[in-house]
Design a protein around this ligand. Sequence first.
Ligand SMILES: Cc1cc2nc3c(=O)[nH]c(=O)nc-3n(C[C@H](O)[C@H](O)[C@H](O)COP(=O)(O)O)c2cc1C
Length: 246
Amino acid sequence: MRALIINGSARGAKGVTAKMGRALAEGLVRGGASVDTLFVADMNIAPCTACLSCMHLNPGHCAQRDDMDVVLPLLKRADLLVWAAPVYTDTMSAQLKAVMDRTICSRQPFLYADAAGLTRHPMTWAMPQKVMLISTCSFPEPVTFEPLVATIRAQAINLGGRCIAELCVPGSLAIQMEPSVLETHLALIAQAGMEVAQEGRVRPVTLEAIKRPPFSVDRYRELAGRYEEWCRKKQAKMAEKRLNES
Ligand SMILES: Cc1cc2nc3c(=O)[nH]c(=O)nc-3n(C[C@H](O)[C@H](O)[C@H](O)COP(=O)(O)O)c2cc1C
């Protein structure tokens, strides 16, 4: 299995999503897969201009020349696409959405009805059949992931594939105050990676364990309180600096 992890965090390798991505990659490799990881924060990828040249003039080829020239060949040979997508304003980051939109060059302009009777474009070239999501968000409530999960699932179906697992860990604000709280989940995410490489799926027991948030809401509030305290001190320091400079 060849896996491609596309990390959409603006903080790239320094973020919590990257930690989850590294754990998943480690498990995938342990299970025999090869893994490429891309960080959109390090890349130059413009939004789709909707010129539709990829459909009408030069089928399968995007007219824009930027770092999608790196992404597209890796996508074409991957069996598994992992969107490593932290929640930004209830969905994925704009940087990652640009990548997602630019995969429109995989589609033909023609139309057909799929097995569910929904209108689709046939593919010019195949996107990875298996899709996964790994995600985190600041807040502690798992419901925060729902719009993002819906988008990833819909996009996988739209491109002829299937989302096989969503590994979402809420509460990154508290995780950053005490990184050790993530350790159990990182081990579980690595386990999930190994299962995907070996069995093509994450076992229900592993999924269920990952779904349990790494701390109670009370513990979250305690750690978040430390964060708020840090913010107050920082703001007070800056206010004092501005006063001294005026
Ligand atoms: C522009 C922006 C929007 C965000 N929106 C949300 C949000 O709607 N809900 C939430 O729980 N966290 C939100 N977050 C917090 C991120 O999900 C959180 O910081 C996460 O850890 C970012 O991933 P990273 O650590 O890999 O960079 C937002 C962060 C940014 C920068």
